[in-house]
Each structure stands twice: as C-alpha cells, then as structure tokens.
Design a protein around this ligand. Structure first.
Ligand SMILES: Cc1ncc(COP(=O)(O)OP(=O)(O)O)c(N)n1
Ligand SMILES: Cc1nc(C(=O)O)sc1CCOP(=O)(O)O
Ligand SMILES: [Mg+2]
Length: 201
C-alpha cells in the first residue's frame, strides 16, 4: 500500500472542510475529548468531505465508531491496540496504522500486521507531553529496515524544512499537526506542505 507523503492530522471536521479541498489526500481525525454523539457527527461530516475530495480519512482511537460509521482506516496507539478488538477491526475490513516509540512497541506493532507503522516523536512536539526523547533521523532508517515493505510514517515536530531529512532517512510519509493548525495562515502552510512533498508523491 502507498500512502500520500503528506499526512495531515486535525481535531475537527471543520478543519477537514477547510484544508482537504486544497488537495490534501491523507487526513486523520484526532479528537481526544468528545461525547459519542459528537464524535459520530464529526466522523460522518469528515467522511463526507473526504469522499467528495478524494482524500483518505483515518480515524484516530475510536475504532468502534469507525466501524459503525463504515470508515475504512483507523490509527491506534499501543494502549489503544491493547484495548481494541483486532478481530472485529479486521472483520470490518478496516486498514490499521499503529504508533511506535521504541523497540518493544515496534515488535508489538509488527505482530499485529498493520498497514503502516508510525514512529515518533522524530523532533520535539508541542502538541502533547511525551515520555520519549526525540527519536532523530537515524532511528527512521532503522525503523524502515524493520518495517518495509510497509509504509513508515514519521511524526512529531515536523515542518517543511525537515521534510528532506525525514524522507531521505527512509520515511514514506510525514504527519503534522501544529505546524499547520497553529500557523498564521493554515491554508498557505498546507499548500506549502503539498508543494514540498510533491517530489515523494
Ligand atoms: C500518524 C500518527 N502517529 C502517531 C499517533 C499517536 O497515536 P497515540 O500514541 O495513540 O496517541 P494519540 O494521538 O491518540 O494521542 C497518531 N495519532 N497518528
Ligand atoms: C499525536 C502525536 N503522536 C506522536 C507520537 O510520537 O506518537 S507525536 C504527535 C504530535 C504531532 O504533532 P506536531 O506535528 O504538532 O508535533
Ligand atoms: Mg491513540
């Protein structure tokens, strides 16, 4: 499976409506605090926008709702994975991306036969507190050797000037939150990401 090299992560369908029509082809809906009715409505709206724009939607964490709403791709972290019903996810035909932060997590992830593996935080991130030190670029090469032929997603502290480094080190895809959502002009920044990832598309 090939992933688009630019993987946008946002926390609402409104963000998806704002940025996906610019040409984004891979987006994650990552909502951490919301009741089930709200989540369901966000997933439905995100799914409709992505379908209209030829964009792959990946739902973070909420695998049960993703199944019920007939989504086709989820992302889970290690704790999410431990609590999830992998058989139900597979039975529903969902593709699965998994987070990894160290060797033990990589072993666990590969045993689950995911559709991609994410490694982070490559650089320091301001989005959330993390117990892992920044992984650095060398780790990307090591992970790629273990993960191939699956796609490797790099995440954490990425910006357009760091893209050459992560792709040259072996990442297939670069995921981003705050470099775009906290930018003064998120649309212009998303366009810059689209342009700067073009060589790897
Ligand atoms: C592409 C991608 N990589 C890593 C994560 C982090 O997942 P997780 O460790 O479960 O943490 P939360 O995002 O759920 O807080 C991700 N969401 N996407
Ligand atoms: C959600 C997330 N997961 C990470 C991991 O390492 O698993 S790093 C991260 C935050 C990414 O945000 P930004 O692009 O703003 O640094
Ligand atoms: Mg999670």
């Amino acid at each position: 499976m090939k992933l688009d090299p630019f993987y946008l992560i946002v926390d609402s369908a409104a963000w998806i409506g704002r940025l996906v029509p610019l040409g984004v082809r891979l987006v994650q809906l990552r909502i951490k605090e919301m009741d089930e009715a709200g989540l369901r409505s966000e997933i439905r709206a995100a799914k409709a926008i992505c379908a209209d724009n030829g964009c792959q939607l990946i739902v973070n964490d909420h695998w049960r709702l993703a199944i019920e709403e007939e989504c086709d791709f989820i992302h889970l972290g290690q704790e999410d994975l431990a609590a999830a019903d992998l058989m139900a996810i597979r039975r529903a035909g969902l593709k699965l991306g998994l987070s990894t932060h160290d060797h033990a997590e990589l072993d666990t992830a590969l045993a689950a036969e995911p559709d991609y593996v994410a490694l982070g935080p490559v650089y320091p991130t301001i989005l959330k507190k993390m117990k892992w030190a920044p992984q650095g670029l060398e780790r990307i090469g090591e992970w790629k050797r273990r993960v191939a032929p699956l796609p490797l997603v790099a995440i954490g502290g990425l910006n357009p000037d760091r893209l050459d480094g992560v792709f040259s080190a072996g990442a297939d895809c670069a995921a981003v939150v705050t470099d775009i959502t906290l930018n003064q002009n998120p649309e212009a920044r998303a366009r810059e990401w689209l342009r700067r990832t073009e060589p790897w598309r």
